[in-house]
Design a protein around this ligand. Structure first.
Ligand code: KIV
Length: 267
């Protein structure tokens, strides 16, 4: 009998120094493969905007799109804990909006938790969502929804002042009641300090090996996205090659009249 993971299991993993594995998924087949392989958590990331919808950044992604993708992922999962990103402008204006939108991701999408970007300035919003019993994951450091303020996807926290701010953000996110936080694009030493300071699990992406867990975008690790290739991505397979080969073979056989053969046809 499969047992779905809960936020309590994730908290215990930090306490027992068991590393937490996280990948993004946006659809049923990938979610099913990850769940069967034993992934701990799946993030329905707003990175869907970049790797699936072809936008330059995550800003155009809508709440309706996040609900749609979450539903598909939920149908593919039996054990992994599913977190969905709150897209840009679904929580920034006020806490009431944030609660309504987080509620839709849980009620209509089926997510078990939501993630939102920002530190001390969103602490009150995190608290208000946690207060209606929706678990929250924080996300600090390089926050892609702040691309215009950051002037691009740049490593954050290299200067002492910035590093102190990130540490303060981490504490604020923990105090607001988040059960975990993503640390993105920060120096490894800073990520280590944050991880040792907070009691909730840190999930790193471009934040070194000392985080309590790691998250990557599935399209990046499988070679399905050639738009950009950040230093922190490791390519575990190159399936675009296999896909291109399959498509070319199909086109060639259709043109040559070799497909469909008798075995694919009805009498
Ligand atoms: O949207 C996303 O996929 C994310 C991860 C990269 C952390 O936020």
């Amino acid at each position: 009998m499969k047992k779905p993971k809960t936020i309590l299991d994730i908290g215990r993993m930090k306490a027992q120094q068991e590393k937490i594995s996280v990948l993004t998924a946006y659809d049923y087949p990938f979610a099913k493969l990850m769940d069967s392989a034993g992934i701990d958590m799946i993030l329905v990331g707003d990175s869907v905007g970049s790797v699936v919808s072809g936008y330059d950044n995550t800003l155009p992604v809508t709440l309706e799109e996040m609900i749609y993708h979450t539903r598909a992922v939920v149908r593919g999962c039996e054990e992994a804990l599913i977190i969905t990103d709150m897209p840009f402008m679904s929580y920034q204006v006020d806490s009431r909006d944030a609660r309504i939108n987080a509620g839709r991701l849980v009620k209509e999408g089926g997510a078990q938790a939501v993630k939102l970007e920002g530190g001390a300035h969103v602490a009150e919003t995190i608290r208000s969502i946690v207060d209606i019993d929706i678990p929250v994951v924080g996300h600090i450091g390089l926050t892609p929804q702040s691309i215009h303020r950051m002037g691009g996807f740049k490593v954050q926290g290299r200067q002492e002042v910035q590093a102190r701010k990130i540490l303060a953000d981490a504490k604020a996110v923990e105090e607001a009641g988040a059960f975990a936080m993503v640390l993105e694009g920060i120096p490894s030493e800073l990520a280590k300090e944050v991880t040792q300071t907070v009691s909730i699990p840190t999930i790193g992406i471009g934040a070194g090996v000392d985080c309590d867990g790691q998250v990557l975008v599935i399209h990046d690790i499988l070679g399905l996205c050639d738009k950009y290739s950040p230093k922190f991505v490791k390519r575990y397979a190159d399936i675009s090659e296999a896909i291109s080969q399959g498509i070319s073979d199909y086109i060639r056989e259709v043109k040559a009249g070799d497909f469909p053969g008798p075995e694919h046809s009805f009498k």
